[in-house]
Design a binder for this molecule. Structure first.
Ligand SMILES: [Zn+2]
Length: 381
């Protein structure tokens, strides 16, 4: 099996920072060592990182596309979008599907199921809809939203054939709490989001097994001192992870800092990226809706409604550290170990340690991605 030694770098993961080397062998990290203590082993290829920072590959729990392509539009566009995110350090991606006619969602699930089989960096699907609140729908078509019922949930689970990793549900919808239980019983991570839920409804969803909040603060009631809402319920529950879109627009950097303080080790930085991520300003589609992107900000045509982001995860990391003032190990954790925990894969993804997947990102001292290995394969930079 081919071996690559990355030496002379600064290793940075959720456990902190140290200078040392890392040996990749096939799709695994075979060994790591500390500078001055552990002699690096011989390898087929040796790369001197010259002081650059090495982090685990980023894991995106929530994205819709990139590089001009959208995840709802079939396998070729999914591959095109993934290539863009790979070049920006994302080595494992959950494929988010927006609310669409049920037959279209079923067809998309078939595509994602097949891709998840053939490509280990595709980590199944996230159904963002159709069980969302009309009044908090964001960039989801109102005509495709519906209330959850046992038969529809069963249809989706069957179409997913085991590939549905996540679903976002508004817990106030009739039948929602039962749907939470039904999805959780099938091994799906349930998120609350696109919701009007108050604190009590949010807690009821967590009691029923929901363990994630979809892009916290966005598409849900904010915090009021007499009405804490779903956000404080999420802060309070140690079993719950909070998705955060940290692009400087979706949530103010000071609020981002508050979220990291309120929920230590429970923040997952996601992109919620649409097709323009890593691409150009212009006109795009998100599901069936038209979106305009100007200066990197995506809004539904003719409105102020934010329609996903144009974020890549390396930019989220840079924003976390340089704008929001998050400690670098905690910021990296939010892109690596924490999302790995959400997916139940933190024993193989998200750490620079022997036995973990060969998912590594090389960053320059301005947090720009230079090189990426995903599952042992050079994919970007
Ligand atoms: Zn989304």
């Amino acid at each position: 099996m081919t071996t690559t030694l990355l030496t002379g770098g600064r290793l940075l993961d959720a456990d902190g920072s140290r200078h040392g080397w890392i040996l990749l062998e096939g799709d695994r990290i075979a060994a790591t060592g500390l500078k001055g203590r552990d002699a690096p082993p011989p390898a087929a290829t040796t790369i001197d990182l010259a002081g650059r920072t090495l982090t685990p590959g980023f894991i995106d729990l929530h994205g819709h596309g990139g590089g001009g392509a959208a995840y709802d539009n079939g396998p070729d566009e999914i591959r095109q979008a993934l290539a863009t995110h790979r070049a920006h350090g994302t080595t494992r991606s959950v494929i988010s599907l927006v609310a669409n006619p049920l037959d279209d969602v079923v067809a998309s699930l078939g595509v994602v199921a097949a891709l998840s089989e053939s490509d280990p960096t595709v980590v199944g699907a996230h159904l963002e809809g159709p069980f969302l609140a009309i009044g908090r729908r964001g960039a989801h078509s109102p005509e495709f939203l519906r209330e959850p019922d046992e038969a529809t949930v069963a249809t989706l689970l069957e179409a997913g054939d085991g590939c549905i990793r996540q679903v976002t549900i508004a817990p106030e919808l009739p039948g929602a709490v039962d749907a939470v239980r039904q999805f959780v019983a099938a091994g799906v991570v349930v998120a609350i989001g696109h919701t009007e839920a108050d604190e009590y409804l949010a807690r009821a969803a967590f009691e029923a097994g929901a363990t994630l909040v979809t892009h916290i603060f966005n598409a849900m009631p904010g915090i009021h001192h007499r009405d804490p809402g779903p956000i404080v319920a999420g802060f309070d529950d140690d079993t719950v992870t909070l998705e955060l879109v940290l692009d400087g627009v979706h949530v103010h950097p000071s609020v981002a800092q508050m979220i990291f303080r309120a929920a230590p080790h429970r923040v997952a930085l996601v992109t919620d990226a649409m097709a323009a991520a890593g691409g150009q300003d212009g006109y795009y589609q998100l599901g069936s809706l038209n979106v305009t992107v100007q200066n990197g900000l995506a809004v539904l045509n003719g409105t102020q409604t934010i329609a996903g982001s144009t974020l890549t995860q390396d930019v989220a990391l840079r924003t976390a550290v340089t704008v929001a003032g998050i400690d670098e190990a905690r910021a990296v954790e939010a892109l690596t170990r924490t999302p790995a925990c959400v997916l139940g894969r933190d024993d193989e993804w998200g750490s620079l340690a022997a036995g973990f997947a060969a998912d590594v990102v090389v960053l320059d001292d301005a947090w720009r991605t230079e090189r990426v290995w995903a599952n042992g394969v050079v994919v970007g930079g």
